[in-house]
Design a protein around this ligand. Structure first.
Ligand code: AMP
Length: 121
């Protein structure tokens, strides 16, 4: 499977579709999920063209990997849910069909602002 340049997050990265931006740097873009499942539901995506976490782990550079995870931590701080705040949050990435992935551009969901509950249902 090759990367689909027409997926919705690719369009957001190109500025063709708006998003409610939270944070951006050279490696990541973060914005609020359009259909929040919890009080806080943010997405963090790499700027590189990676389909999913599997693709990212195989093909991303070390800098991109570090940038991705640093980005998640920066977003959690910006949202006031980092461990500095004493609150905490959940990070989740769906991969492929069984993982329930809908958008084929790697993304991490950040859930917080309330108790998140069971890990899986
Ligand atoms: P997944 O099922 O892990 O692929 O999650 C895709 C997520 O993208 C869902 O939570 C959607 O609500 C979210 N989503 C889809 N389109 C947009 C958009 N235009 N802006 C923000 N979030 C979106």
């Amino acid at each position: 499977m090759s990367y689909d340049d027409n997926n919705i997050f690719a369009k957001i990265l190109r500025g063709e579709i708006p998003c409610k931006k939270i944070y951006e740097d050279e490696f990541v873009l973060s914005f609020h999920d359009i259909n929040p499942q919890k009080k806080i539901h943010a997405l963090v995506i790499p700027k590189g063209k990676y389909i999913d976490l599997d693709d990212f782990c195989r093909n991303a550079s070390t800098n991109e990997m570090v940038g991705m995870f640093k980005g998640i931590e920066k977003v959690s701080k910006k949202l006031g849910i980092s461990m500095d705040s004493g609150k905490g949050y959940r990070v989740l990435s769906n991969i492929g069909v069984d993982g329930g992935q809908e958008v084929p551009h790697l993304h991490f969901h950040l859930f917080g602002g309330e108790k998140i509950g069971r890990m899986v249902s």
